[in-house]
Ligand binder design. Structure first.
Ligand SMILES: Cc1ncc(COP(=O)(O)O)c(C=O)c1O
Length: 439
């Protein structure tokens, strides 16, 4: 492909993306294809002689489009959002177009310095402690990771290293703590880092409390183990609960335990001052992570992580040797939306969730079990079987996409405002669809 062809192909693809976004409301949110559908649609081998790009574009529609579940459909209410915006898309495209990377051996000044600057912008937007900033006088700093899961792993590795250097403790003696509501990636990080990860019970609001943590730490110390890390969650995956950082932080300080905060989804809400009380105690954190690629309109991947002391942990802060120019899309989003634009997006999505909550509460057959940020967990009153049947029917019809979850041993439906295209009329559509499937 030469540059002239690239111009044509590239412009076609921009139009393709724009058309996709413009028509997303009309598309069935969940794909109908059966697993393995692609096997016979494409040859078993790569073409010996290259195909033309119009042929490839044709196959995009024939082969790929039917197998897509549309994460940005206004009817997508599962998991949590995966961010997407026009400035984010263009930033991602430009990053691929420039095709530069930065490595430890060859730092690319624009790539490294823009990332450092963007991380400071983000820290200020969220009102994180000043010590986390790259421009602070101290050893703190932030950088972009691939994912929250990776951030948890590197935090745990850094915590492990710190305690081994400080105390000479045997690796097999280490223990870390998180809540039973934390993301599954936290338990996985324990396995990968060879650190026992204890999943502690939460209170009736799904929060990890100081007392429970202290009890576990004392128990382990009595058994000759060495506590090294606590992974607290601000906005748990299941119900968007907030661990009590202001109780957990002082305990970590008292026992010299590393405190990592996983705010993957809800962290973006701290751009709005009215939600910052939920991160009270963040000043105790040794590391903090949230995903602009979840709720801050920056296309995946873009996971922001800060260390109180990045200098002593340089070995652990990133696994790949080379780094993509991910700061570009962050810069585009922050410049083009502005902080006010980000706040408007977050507040708008929370307002839509509140609207949905009111609709559910207005119907005597249903109960809302938890509601936090853009997430509402609800169920049909009575036996779980009724909610299960409803979920099965909704899954078969594929008009909206919601997920089941067990909350306090009861089956609930997780309904999340995910897409930036979701409007009030889509919430009404979802609610009508749900009601229409109740026996
Ligand atoms: C609280 C929390 N932590 C971690 C993750 C995993 O995020 P990632 O896919 O960026 O690893 C999620 C995903 O939803 C999450 O909700």
């Amino acid at each position: 492909m030469n540059c002239a062809e690239f111009r044509k192909f590239g412009k076609e693809i921009i139009d393709y993306i724009a058309d996709y976004c413009d028509t997303i409301r009309q598309r069935q949110v969940v794909s109908s294809v059966e697993p393995g559908y692609l096997k016979n649609l494409l040859p078993a081998e790569a073409p010996e002689a290259g195909d033309s790009w119009p042929q490839v574009l044709q196959d995009l529609n024939r082969v790929i489009a039917p197998g897509l579940t549309h994460w940005h459909s206004p009817n997508f209410h599962a998991y949590y959002p995966t961010a997407n915006s026009y400035p984010g898309i263009v930033g991602e495209l430009l990053s691929a177009g420039l095709g530069i990377i930065s490595t430890d051996q060859f730092p690319n000044p624009a790539c490294v310095e823009l990332e450092r600057k963007m991380m400071d912008w983000l820290a200020k937007i969220l009102d994180l402690p000043k010590e986390f900033m790259n421009s602070s006088d101290g050893p703190g700093g932030g950088f972009i990771q691939n994912a929250a899961s990776e951030s948890t792993l590197v935090a745990l590795l850094a915590a492990k290293n710190r305690i081994i250097l400080e105390t000479g403790v045997e690796e097999g003696n280490l223990v870390a703590y998180t809540s039973e509501q934390s993301n599954s990636s936290v338990e996985k990080a324990g396995l990968l880092a060879s650190v026992t990860m204890r999943l502690l019970r939460t209170d009736e609001k799904g929060q990890l409390r100081g007392e429970v943590l202290k009890e576990a730490i004392n128990e382990d110390i009595r058994m000759g183990l060495t506590p090294c890390c606590v992974i607290a969650t601000l906005g748990t995956t299941g119900t968007c609960s907030f661990d009590q950082l202001d109780e957990i932080g002082p305990i970590c300080q008292q026992f010299k335990i590393w405190l990592h905060v996983d705010a993957a989804y809800a962290g973006s809400a701290f751009a709005c001052p009215e939600y910052r009380h939920l991160m009270k105690g963040v000043e105790f954190a040794d590391s903090f992570n949230f995903n602009p690629h979840k709720w801050m309109l920056v296309n995946s991947d873009c996971s922001a992580m800060w260390f109180r002391d990045i200098q002593s942990n340089e070995l652990f802060i990133q696994i790949p040797d080379s780094r993509r120019f991910r700061a570009l899309k962050l810069w585009f989003v922050l410049r083009i939306y502005g902080v006010e634009g980000i706040r408007t997006h977050i507040r708008g999505q929370i307002a839509l969730a509140k609207f949905f909550q009111c609709l559910v509460e207005s119907d005597q057959r249903f109960e809302v079990c938890t509601a936090s940020m853009g997430l509402v967990c609800f169920r049909l009153k009575g036996e779980d079987g009724r909610t299960k049947e409803l979920l099965d029917r909704l899954a078969k019809r594929k008009n909206i996409f919601v997920m089941p979850y067990y909350y306090q041993s009861r089956l609930v439906i997780r309904f999340v405002i995910c897409s930036r295209f979701t409007e009030e009329k889509d919430v009404v559509f979802a609610w009508r669809e749900i009601k229409s499937q109740v026996e």
